[in-house]
Design a protein around this ligand. Structure first.
Ligand code: FES
Length: 108
């Protein structure tokens, strides 16, 4: 089930925002490529990714600097080695909907 999280106009390009969707904390990021929802917990330690910087469709963990691809959740460098769940985002007019039922990268 998708839940309305915010309006598209609430999101600035490359400025992550934290939302809790059905008890799951997600960092929602609007980029030039679209809107992405990634789990708001780094896979290396319990650090919110929404406080990091976004560049080239990747979000940086502010603590140790691993960069996670917003499309796949994969880290591009150490110290994180595991992906972070990414969730499907749907746009309905100006509404941004997120479903946390199944992560897009859960099968891997
Ligand atoms: S806590 Fe995120 S890379 Fe270490």
């Amino acid at each position: 089930m998708s839940s309305r999280v915010c309006a598209l106009s609430d999101l600035e390009i490359d400025e992550p925002k934290r939302f809790v969707v059905d008890d799951v904390a997600v960092a929602l990021v609007r980029t030039e490529e679209g809107v992405f929802a990634i789990s708001d917990t780094c896979s290396h330690a319990n650090v919110p990714l929404s406080q990091g910087e976004v560049e080239d469709c990747r979000i940086e963990c502010w603590l140790h600097g691993s960069m996670f691809d917003l499309r796949t959740g994969e880290p591009s460098g150490l110290p994180a080695t595991k992906p972070v769940p990414v969730y499907p985002v749907t746009l309905d007019g100006d509404d941004v909907l997120v479903s946390v039922d199944v992560a897009l990268n859960e099968a891997s």
